[in-house]
Each structure stands twice: as structure tokens, then as C-alpha cells.
Design a binder for this molecule. Structure first.
Ligand SMILES: Cc1ncc(COP(=O)(O)O)c(C=O)c1O
Length: 387
């Protein structure tokens, strides 16, 4: 039997994520469209994004916050290209995005003194191996495996290296220990439900000191350049972006931040995501066919929740069969307009990935759960008929 209740919003994608509750294009009516981003109003809008970001996240006053080109990838690459090479680097990887940063460091920057600390999908690598005299590059929340670092206790307060953290599917939904993080990056389209376009780059004073004291041996594209004449380009961190940003996307980022402030700030944003995760976790705990990909409960993501299908008939399929069966579940739910974009990431083990970030309503997660059972039962019966 088909469940009678549908989620009001079927957007459960892990990026771009659901817009905030109540969002309509009218939220963008004050956008400085058609104006120069260097005009007074343009610069003020970009600075507003930076100021509200600092205030909502509680970012220390001496950390720089910049809006940069090319989304989270742009921000991470800008940081790696500008900062790495001064010391050995530890690269933590446990899913596709972390793997991408490893590949960049090894194959593009060709750093010899790079150590890869790796774990398979569903697990965290041994964080105790990180050497505080090395730089470290890591992803706070592995979006494609649903495994996050549980906290920053493994990062030394006395470290000599820099911590470079891709926090794109974590920030605003998880507590970040700013004092332990020297570089933090994210994009607008994740937890706050903004539009894809720009990246955010946060630098600690130690990261700025590195920028001002170290010049990499490789060429630096203009859109990565954060210094001029050996000094940090302060303008970037006041809204004078390196190149032209979208003022529409900036307005939307402001709208999201205002919404976050209105519901009670960071604590409320994190609370919403945790409540969504708890609703889904309750369903998974009682499920005969679903399980978490993340084996350790402490490192289970509360945003990009990745689920495995443990039903014996599914596990008996080969990889291609599993991919097809998982896709059939996803397609059925999409056809019913119940859930969009909940397929596993292409490199991850076959299953489902359901975004539980702050813009998602818990009632929608609860309404989705019976539909998951329905779609699974449909696919199970199709498989039995075909056999
Ligand atoms: C952990 C992580 N890093 C990087 C990216 C790439 O982000 P963007 O498309 O904003 O560059 C994503 C996208 O989902 C991600 O989840």
C-alpha cells in the first residue's frame, strides 16, 4: 500500500540542498543585480555575507573570511595551491572528495613529502597518526560516505603545521572548533540551501602568516592569488572579491543567513539537522533492510546520511545488480515526487543518501520513511517476479 502522506518538500539532495523553509524567489528582490560588484551597494552586500557568516558561526575576530571563485572546490584548491609545500603534509581520506584532494596534491602539485592516511567507505582513518608538525588536509564530513570526524580532539593545540579543512557539508550543521582549524572552506549551496557559485574561505592568523612568509614554487593562477607584494590582500576579506561574483547568489546567501539568525542561530541550525538525523536513525534502527554505511555511531554524519541495503536478496546481487536495484528504489520515489536525488554517490557502495541538513523539515524526513519501505517492497517483489 502506498503511504498517504507525502513530504511537503521532496528535496533531499546532498547539494545543492533544499532551500530554507518558506523560500520563494521573492527572497531575492533586493539583490544588487545590474550593479557593479565594486559599487558601494555591491561591496556592502558582499561584506554583509562575510559579517553575518562571522556572527552566525562565531568565527574569531582575527580570522579572515573571504568569498572566492569556484565554490568549495575553488576555496580548497586556492588554499592548497597557496599554502602547501612549506612542510610535509598528511592527507586524510575516507571517501571520494578527500580522495580528490589527495590526487591534487600528489598528481598536480606533485608534493613528495605527502603521506596518505586512508580508510575505506564507512570508516574513519586513524586520526592519531596525524603528525602535528605536518600540515594536514581533511574533510570534516565525508559527503559521499556519511562519515564525519566526531570532534577536533585529535588536532593538537600546539601544532606547527596548518589544518586545512573542507567543511562544506558540515559547517552550520556541526560544531567546528575554530581554534583548531587554520583553513576552513565551504560553498553556499549546502547546509544553508544557498545557490551554487562561490566558495567561502576562512583563514586563521597562522594561515595568513604562512601566506606572507612562503612563496610556492609553482605558478599561481590569478583567481588563487591572495597576496600582493608579500602581504595578504585584505580587500578579498572585506568583500572585494578577486573576480565578479553573482549578486543574485550573494543575496540568497544573505537570505539564508538571516533565516538562520531568525530561528536562533547556530545552535538552532545544528539542532534542526540533529533532529532530522534522529528521525531517520530511529527508522533505520527498526528497519529490516536498511543500515548505516558508517559503522561507528560517533562518526555518523548528521547531514549526508548514507545507507546500505542489508536485505539478503540485495546482498546476493553482484555490484551491477545492486546498483540497478538501488537506482530502481530512487527512481520510484522520484516518480512519486516523494524524494529527489537520494541515490548513492557514483563511487560509493550502492544504497541511499538522504540529506538531513538544517533546511530540511523533520516532518518531511518522517513522511519519507514509510515511502522508503514502500519502494523497497516494490523492488523486492519485482525482483522475485523476474527470478
Ligand atoms: C566534501 C565535499 N568537498 C567538495 C565538494 C565539491 O563542492 P563544490 O561543488 O561546491 O565545489 C563537495 C560537493 O558535494 C563535497 O561534499
Amino acid at each position: 500500500m502506498k503511504p498517504s502522506l507525502r513530504p511537503q518538500c521532496p528535496d533531499f539532495s546532498s547539494g545543492p540542498c533544499a532551500k530554507r523553509p518558506g523560500w520563494t524567489p521573492a527572497a531575492l528582490k533586493d539583490a544588487a543585480t545590474g550593479r557593479s560588484h565594486r559599487s558601494k551597494i555591491g561591496k556592502a552586500k558582499l561584506k554583509e555575507v562575510i559579517d553575518r557568516t562571522r556572527s552566525v558561526l562565531g568565527i574569531p575576530a582575527d580570522y579572515r573570511i573571504g568569498i572566492v571563485p569556484a565554490s568549495d572546490t575553488g576555496a580548497v584548491e586556492m588554499a592548497m595551491w597557496s599554502l602547501l609545500g612549506a612542510r610535509p603534509v598528511d592527507l586524510l581520506t575516507w571517501e571520494s572528495f578527500g580522495e580528490g584532494w589527495v590526487s591534487d596534491v600528489q598528481k598536480q602539485l606533485k608534493l613528495k613529502d605527502a603521506r596518505v592516511i586512508k580508510a575505506p567507505y564507512g570508516k574513519l582513518p586513524d586520526l592519531a597518526q596525524v603528525d602535528p608538525s605536518h600540515d594536514v588536509v581533511f574533510t570534516w564530513n565525508g559527503t559521499t560516505s556519511g562519515v564525519k570526524v566526531p570532534n577536533g580532539d585529535w588536532i593538537s593545540a600546539e601544532r606547527e603545521g596548518l589544518t586545512i579543512c573542507d567543511a562544506t557539508s558540515a559547517v552550520f550543521a556541526m560544531d567546528l572548533p575554530w581554534a583548531k582549524l587554520d583553513v576552513v572552506t565551504w560553498s553556499w549551496q549546502k547546509v544553508m540551501g544557498g545557490e551554487g557559485a562561490h566558495g567561502m574561505l576562512v583563514l586563521s592568523p597562522r594561515a595568513v602568516a604562512r601566506l606572507e612568509s612562503y612563496t610556492p614554487s609553482w605558478p599561481m593562477p590569478k583567481i588563487f592569488r591572495m597576496t600582493s607584494g608579500g602581504k595578504i590582500s585584505e580587500g578579498i576579506f572585506k568583500g572585494e572579491t578577486i573576480n565578479t561574483p553573482s549578486m543574485l547568489a550573494a543575496e540568497d546567501a544573505i537570505d539564508g543567513l538571516k533565516w538562520g539568525e531568525g530561528i536562533g542561530g547556530l545552535k538552532a541550525l545544528i539542532g534542526r539537522s540533529q533532529k532530522n538525523f534522529a528521525a531517520l536513525a530511529k527508522f533505520v534502527a527498526a528497519s529490516s533492510w536498511l543500515d548505516f554505511l558508517a559503522s561507528d555511531a560517533a562518526s555518523r554524519s548528521n547531514t549526508s546520511v548514507c545507507l546500505l541495503i542489508k536485505a539478503p536478496w540485495f546482498k546476493a546481487l553482484d555490484d551491477k545488480g545492486q546498483q540497478a536495484a538501488a537506482k530502481r528504489i530512487v527512481d520510484l520515489l522520484e516518480t512519486e515526487k516523494v524524494a529527489y536525488d537520494i541515490g548513492h554517490y557514483r563511487d560509493a557502495p550502492p544504497g541511499l543518501r538522504i540529506w538531513c541538513g538544517s533546511t530540511v523539515e523533520t516532518a518531511d524526513i518522517e513522511a519519507l520513511c514509510p515511502w522508503l519501505d514502500w519502494a523497497f517492497a516494490q523492488v523486492e517483489s519485482e525482483m522475485k517476479q523476474a527470478a
